[in-house]
Design a protein around this ligand. Structure first.
Ligand code: ATP
Length: 243
């Protein structure tokens, strides 16, 4: 079954009477990388949590375009790596299976750690890994779940420029063909990885029309369409934050 598109229909979310979004509707294309940008506090994480089924909207619904249930088909990768400090890299990759009481597959976990370049640190505890290495373990854990839909909330924001560029390339390669929604504050990251770029803005928040980036991710930082789209995106974001 190909990764489904995600339909968001008439979503309303309110916290303590304050409206975050009203009647928000959008379809995220299946098998594609969508990047979501927007000012701090606008509701990006809340939207991701609703799609992940971690939060209930006041109204509206989220469903898969193929109409099969989304439950069990979504993986979530958070901003912090959320690794268990006392578990090895290998056991952290298999954490989901452990928590669900399922049989674990150490060989597959090991193969994934090799793919993210950590084949030599299988037994390492998180405290002995760098920030970039921990995020690579978190990426391997996300991949271990083999879900067709992957939600990522600023997963690479804490990394230095070079580690970030490397893990972006890895993520684009390893998540190819899945339905990915990536929250980022980084226009370059959005333009390197995204097929469609969305800006969430306003109060209540709305989504403008998406920008489409031509070519396959990961695009080179100096790729012409990346440079062009980055400029366009910065203009859109700047228009939302008057000086
Ligand atoms: N559980 C909650 N209870 C009350 N208010 C909340 C809750 N979760 C989020 N909010 C508020 O809802 C708004 C949207 O929060 P959200 O985390 O979705 O924003 P965001 O766009 O992801 O921000 P950032 O870019 O800073 O991560 C914020 O004003 C936040 O304070």
């Amino acid at each position: 079954m190909p990764p489904p598109g995600i339909v968001i229909e008439g979503l309303c979310l309110r916290y303590a009477g304050e409206s975050i979004f009203e009647n928000l509707s959008v379809t995220l294309p299946g098998g594609r990388f969508s990047a979501l940008l927007g000012p701090s506090g606008v509701g990006k994480t809340s939207l991701l949590r609703i799609i992940a089924g971690l939060e209930a909207p006041a109204a509206g619904r989220v469903y898969a375009e193929d109409n099969a249930p989304l439950a069990g088909r979504v993986a979530y990768m958070a901003q912090q790596d959320l690794l268990l400090p006392w578990a090895s890299a290998l056991n952290n990759v298999m954490l989901g299976a452990t928590l669900r009481g399922e049989a674990r597959d150490p060989q597959r976990a090991e193969a994934l750690l090799h793919r993210v370049g950590l084949g030599h640190r299988l037994r390492a505890l998180p405290a002995t890994l760098s920030g970039g290495e921990r995020q690579r373990v978190a990426l391997a854990r996300t991949l271990y779940e083999e879900r067709p839909v992957v939600l990522m909330d600023e997963p690479f924001s804490a990394l230095d420029a070079i580690s970030r560029a490397r893990i972006q390339e890895l993520a684009a390669e390893l998540l190819d063909q899945r339905t990915v929604l990536l929250i980022t504050h980084d226009p370059l990251e959005a333009c390197r990885l995204g097929h469609s770029l969305w800006v969430l803005a306003g109060n209540p928040a709305t989504l403008g029309s998406p920008l489409t980036v031509p070519g396959a991710p990961p695009r080179a930082p100096d790729n012409n369409s990346v440079l062009h789209m980055q400029g366009e995106l910065l203009r859109r974001l700047a228009a939302l934050s008057p000086a």
